[in-house]
Design a protein around this ligand. Structure first.
Ligand SMILES: Cc1cc2nc3c(=O)[nH]c(=O)nc-3n(C[C@H](O)[C@H](O)[C@H](O)COP(=O)(O)OP(=O)(O)OC[C@H]3O[C@@H](n4cnc5c(N)ncnc54)[C@H](O)[C@@H]3O)c2cc1C
Length: 469
């Protein structure tokens, strides 16, 4: 029956979907399958918060498909075996998918493509999740970039504002057995996720609603407000982008199409941030060791401190005694997301004031962020720790009190997530110890000044060793 299979992974949408468009264009039935194979992502199997998102995103996608006369098929991995079974069941002659860039998955996909083609099938992967494919941007010497600004100057002019592909209005799919979504066990058994539902709407409709909200309420002030965790100043599109519920092209098109050249200037800051997302993928593609090893090899000998489990837990659960750090870590726990400015502050606190290896932070974020993304979590942590591309130098240690006073001036963000401090005035809320402490709220777990100096001497030691070696 000349069926085509569309293998869905992190492209959980129907619009601007080149693989689906290609399958529909072939004619014949189209089978849309999600194959559950978390072990193929080892050692970075999806964490608890992204599993929550995935469950709801798959449910939303199935709803959209049913409205179009189709449905989402769910199968269990291994991926190759599941695809082969589907080919046998349907007589499909083509398998299409959108690219992913994580090293383990790229390897898997290349092997699967070779096997399927070896059997005479059409097996084709499509771009679409990034502004530019990682291998298409190179320095004059043909090398990958390690600094963002020149990367962006080279990459951005190559991005065109093409009309995104429309979603098909009807999809003809055969009836086939499917694993029930609930059987995947993606939702937590202990319900820690009660704070997620009110904040997020996973799925394609939720992604477009978030974009519309951003355009209406935040885009005009993005440059000023993007660093303010107390204001709704950013788009919160990151989990939607991670799961491919919306594409960067759809976002760029929505902001720029028909708006004239001034729109590029007006949205420059936001577009650069989307560029940072791509830069993370560029780095992951060219430096696939970086999810576990430093990009800057000097950091292999950095004298990280052995974590004290109680202090690590205090950081994880927002009980460090430093209000802006605790607000961020509690925002993460309660909502599965944290504002970018605060991510930088909590990461600096972990890697510099506590001097714990950035992987302790990256792993916690991996489990708790709804937008946990190997390229961007790695980039964010390596940047914060000083070991990554274009990194904040290790000696730049965020002063959390000054950061709090500058970016949460009235203390509203801290008040929202650290209710013990709700009654403190703005000039005290970021340093409750100046009032002799607050009942029920811990004293700081480290001395900010002494730990800063200890971090600087550790850095000097590493530099000394690098120079000698
Ligand atoms: C330690 C650390 C860990 C991080 N881990 C992740 C992660 O796992 N997944 C993830 O998507 N982002 C991560 N980031 C980047 C950033 O914090 C989030 O992308 C951003 O907070 C998302 O919020 P938003 O959608 O409102 O962003 P907006 O400000 O509205 O920006 C629009 C889009 O641009 C991209 N973007 C914005 N800022 C950055 C940035 N600094 N780096 C890369 N892309 C960016 C995101 O895709 C975002 O959705 C991390 C940053 C740090 C410092």
């Amino acid at each position: 029956m000349n069926a085509s299979i569309v293998w869905l992974r992190r492209d959980l949408r129907l619009a601007d979907h080149a693989a689906l468009a290609a399958a529909c264009a072939r004619g014949g039935p189209v089978v849309l399958v999600y194959i559950h194979a978390p072990d193929e992502e080892a050692p970075w199997e999806p964490g608890a918060a992204t599993r929550w998102w995935l469950h709801h995103s798959l449910a939303a996608l199935d709803g959209e498909l049913r409205r179009r006369g189709s449905r989402l098929l769910i199968r269990r991995g291994p991926s190759l075996a599941a695809l082969e079974a589907l080919v046998a069941e349907t007589g499909a002659e083509a398998v299409y998918w959108h690219r992913v860039y994580e090293p383990a998955l790229r390897e898997r996909d290349t092997a699967i493509k070779t096997v399927l083609r070896g059997r005479g099938l059409v097996a084709e992967s499509f771009p679409g999740e990034l502004l530019a494919e990682p291998w298409t941007v190179a320095t004059g010497a043909g090398e990958p970039y390690r600094v963002f600004s020149p990367y962006w100057r080279k990459m951005w002019p190559t991005v065109d504002v093409l009309e995104p592909l429309a979603a098909p209005s009807r999809i003809d799919s055969p009836e086939l057995p499917s694993v029930a979504l609930d059987e995947l066990g993606l939702l937590p058994t202990i319900r820690w996720d009660s704070g997620f539902g009110p904040v997020w709407q996973p799925g394609e409709a939720g992604a477009h609603a978030a974009l519309a909200r951003y355009q209406q309420h935040a885009a005009g002030n993005y440059s000023e407000d993007r660093n303010r965790p107390d204001l709704p100043g950013t788009s919160r599109l990151s989990p939607h982008l991670h799961f491919g519920e919306i594409t960067p092209r759809q976002i760029v098109h929505a902001l720029l199409a028909g708006q004239g050249p001034q729109a590029r200037v007006r949205h420059e800051h936001f577009l650069r941030e989307l560029g940072w997302r791509d830069f993370g993928y560029h780095l992951l593609y060219h430096y696939p060791h970086t999810p576990q090893d430093p990009l800057n090899a000097n950091f292999a000998s950095f004298p990280w401190a052995e974590p004290d489990p109680a202090l690590l837990e205090a950081w994880q659960r927002g009980r460090t005694g430093i209000p802006i750090v605790d607000a961020g870590m509690r925002e993460l726990w309660e909502t599965g997301w944290m504002h970018n400015r605060v991510r930088m502050i909590v990461a600096s606190f972990l890697t510099k004031n506590l001097r714990y290896h950035w992987l302790h932070g990256a792993r916690w974020f991996w489990d708790t962020l709804v937008d946990a993304d190997l390229a961007n979590n790695t980039q964010g942590w390596q940047w914060s720790a000083g070991s990554g591309a274009d990194a904040a130098p290790y000696f730049r240690i965020f002063a959390p009190v000054a950061q709090g006073e500058r970016f949460d001036p009235a203390g509203d963000y801290v008040r929202r997530f650290v209710p013990e401090l709700a009654k403190l005035p703005p000039n005290r809320i970021h340093q409750p110890w100046s009032l002799g402490g607050v009942r029920g709220y811990p004293a700081p777990i480290v001395d900010l000044k002494a730990s800063r100096e200890a971090a600087l001497s550790a850095y000097a030691q590493m530099r000394g060793e690098a120079a000698a070696g």
